[in-house]
Design a protein around this ligand. Structure first.
Ligand code: FES
Ligand SMILES: [Fe+2]
Length: 417
């Protein structure tokens, strides 16, 4: 991110902290709670935003070297993603061209040949069908026509994108606008994949996304957890088409008050959440990115699966490896009392996802889901201090061709008042 912009955002957040005023966009939105429980809408979402929409599947570090591969089945099409011998990111339908079972069955690893477990047809990591056992018994097959079905795949600015349809278009600049170059300037391509976490809970995927869209709740719901390291009630936010950047201050911001602006670094005083429509929350903070992918269950409108992948700088990985068991244990134990010299181990970042996202945010989401499913909960009201959620739902409705949400403007003040 451009340094001038980093300073601008940090100054805005400091100003909000100094004046005790969160962002105010001057308008409230009403969201019908039915939109979180409506099966007809859920079907449309699945078709429009998942089965037929570009999907960001991770950072470059998910496929660290030629021969790396990963598999996923989160958005309808089973995908085998590879890095071929030239280092190019490729994606294929993970379906054998004999009788369509999976050719790769592990979540990730390193392999250049994939042998189908059913009858052992083999494919290269470039998708070519290279061997058919007992070919003379099976009969003639034109191998050049039976390679794995290739899906559009693109690596841009450290992000891996796949389109779930073979004829789909991947136009990242068109999708993200200037955000594409901003993300590309952050060095995400150098981050190392260190692990994943899956959260499978009974809340609609939009309730899960909403929880990443405001800081109003930080000092309430998270007062004993995240509230120790984030101020809450402060928000910097900018839209890029259906995507946005949302930034909020952590206690690290205070040290910049004593330092020249040339030394200010946004990731040392905030988290920056890049929301990539429709389902990605890419949270950049300190030396790491938590890449959060939130998927609906197409069979159950009241369930979602959150896949969180953790990426760290090589320096942080080396420090975590060098740290002894006692330091690691301490970093988890004191995760909400970080000091300048504490080590951000994978375990400590994971702990945040356990104790805040899973045990606090998503618990609220499950309660919200029960109410939404009752059919009599009416509207949710989204405040003037929650524009990130406004934007997410405006984009969502626009993508589905739904009428705009009802808004509530404040009464006009007259001079006499
Ligand atoms: S289904 Fe793959 S080899 Fe038969
Ligand atoms: Fe939260």
């Amino acid at each position: 991110m451009d340094h001038k912009l980093q300073v601008e955002i940090l100054k805005d957040l400091m100003h909000q902290l100094d004046t005790g005023k969160n962002i105010d966009v001057g308008v409230q939105y009403k969201i019908p709670t039915d939109s979180y429980a409506n099966e007809e809408l859920a079907e449309k979402e699945w078709e429009t935003m998942f089965r037929n929409h570009p999907q960001a599947i991770g950072l470059s570090g998910a496929l660290p070297e030629p021969g790396s591969f990963l598999t996923l089945e989160d958005f309808g099409a089973p995908v085998l993603a590879t890095r071929d011998k030239k280092g190019t990111f490729r994606a294929f339908l993970n379906a054998c061209r004999h009788r369509a079972t999976r050719v790769a069955t592990e979540a990730r690893g390193k392999r250049t040949l994939f042998t189908c477990p059913f009858h052992a047809w083999s494919y290269s990591n470039e998708g070519d069908l290279v061997a058919i056992p007992d070919n003379d018994h099976f009969g003639d097959v034109d191998k050049s026509c039976r390679g794995l079905i290739e899906l559009p795949a693109l690596e841009h600015g450290g992000l891996l994108w796949v389109h779930p349809q073979p004829e789909g278009k991947l136009d990242i600049e068109g999708l993200l606008g200037p955000l594409a170059n901003e993300i590309a300037s952050n060095g995400f391509e150098d981050l190392v994949y260190v692990g994943s976490k899956t959260i499978d809970r009974k809340l609609n995927w939009k309730f899960a996304n909403d929880t990443f869209g405001e800081t109003y709740h930080f000092q309430k719901l998270h007062k004993d957890t995240l509230g120790h390291i984030f101020y809450g009630n402060n928000t910097h936010y900018e839209e890029f088409g259906r995507n946005h950047r949302f930034t909020t201050a952590n206690i690290g911001i205070d040290k910049f008050r004593e330092l020249p602006e040339s030394e200010w670094q946004i990731n040392q005083g905030t988290f920056v959440d890049y929301h990539l429509f429709p389902n990605i929350q890419c949270i950049w903070s300190g030396d790491n990115v938590s890449f959060i992918r939130i998927y609906p269950d197409p069979e159950n409108v009241g369930r979602s699966i959150t896949q969180v992948d953790f990426y760290f700088s090589q320096t942080a990985v080396d420090a975590a490896n060098a740290a002894d068991a006692e330091t690691k244990a301490k970093s988890v134990e004191n995760v909400y009392e970080r000091t300048e010299d504490s080590v951000s181990t994978l375990e400590s970042i994971m702990e945040v996802f356990n104790s805040t996202i899973e045990q606090e945010d998503y618990v609220m989401g499950e309660y919200q889901q029960i109410a939404a499913a009752s059919g009599i909960a009416g509207d949710a009201l989204i405040g003037r201090n929650e524009p990130v959620i406004h934007h997410y739902h405006r984009s969502y409705r626009e993508a589905l061709g739904l009428p705009p949400l009802e808004t509530i403007e404040p009464p006009i003040q007259t001079a006499a008042e």
